[in-house]
Design a protein around this ligand. Structure first.
Ligand SMILES: [Mg+2]
Length: 227
């Protein structure tokens, strides 16, 4: 996607909702996701019962593990989420900034658009990252998963709907930027158009097929289109 097309998509937009892991940073670049999932599993293991899924021990996606634990063992949901928040706060201290991510946020603000983070990650971890990188004053609000309730996570539109309400915005004045099909699905369910950020090979086709109105492999291109 070239900058002209992105410019057309972004022209009417007053509020930009950004997914966090991908468009802003790579959360698990320094503390790998499989290690975080393992840490979460280890913290829960004393409370696990013989009938609990064996696959939890080898799950490499900490958010998928949280979702499954809350599903199968709702009694452990709050404890699992609290542990994962702690691990995510550790992870974001070692996270890698997405090239163009900070500039895209700045370009939104400089062009009079408000920026909101809408993410399956923990709000505490997101806020810690933003403060560490001097971005907290550029963000109008952070909507991380509801603590203890992983059903709030995308593709559920719950978090986007809360952001829309906080922004007092009509869906047509907003755009969502995300790097996963579940982001596009959440956007569609909330009636908000989604720009796909294709940060890995093969993602562009997946994001387009999910219904993204535009796909780019560069957050810097979004920053350029906003200027
Ligand atoms: Mg993401």
């Amino acid at each position: 996607m070239n900058t002209t097309q992105l410019t057309d998509v972004l022209r009417p937009v007053k509020h930009v909702f950004l997914d966090f892991d991908g468009p802003v940073c790579s959360v698990f670049a320094g503390l790998p996701a499989p290690d975080v999932a393992r840490g979460l599993y280890d913290s829960l293991s004393p409370a696990l019962a013989p009938g609990d899924p064996e696959g939890w021990a080898t799950e490499t996606d900490p958010l998928a593990l949280l979702r499954s634990v809350a599903d199968v063992r709702p009694d452990l949901a709050v404890r699992a989420d609290e542990t994962l928040v702690r691990l995510e706060v550790e992870a974001v201290a070692l996270a890698e900034q997405t090239p163009g991510g900070g500039p895209a946020i700045r370009a939104c603000v400089e062009s009079g658009r408000s920026v909101w983070i809408v993410s399956n990650n923990s709000g505490d971890a997101i806020r810690a990252y933003l403060a560490d990188h001097g971005l907290d004053d550029a963000i109008a609000g952070v909507f991380g998963r509801v603590p203890g309730d992983p059903t709030s996570m995308k593709p559920n539109p719950h978090l986007l709907l809360h952001a829309l309400s906080a922004a007092s915005a009509a869906p047509g004045e907003c755009i969502f930027v995300g790097d996963a099909a579940r982001d596009v699905q959440a956007g569609t369910a909330a009636d908000v158009a989604t720009i796909g950020y294709a940060n890995k090979p093969g993602k562009a086709a997946v994001l387009a097929a999910a219904g993204a109105v535009a796909v780019t492999d560069s957050m810097g291109a979004i920053a350029d289109a906003l200027r």
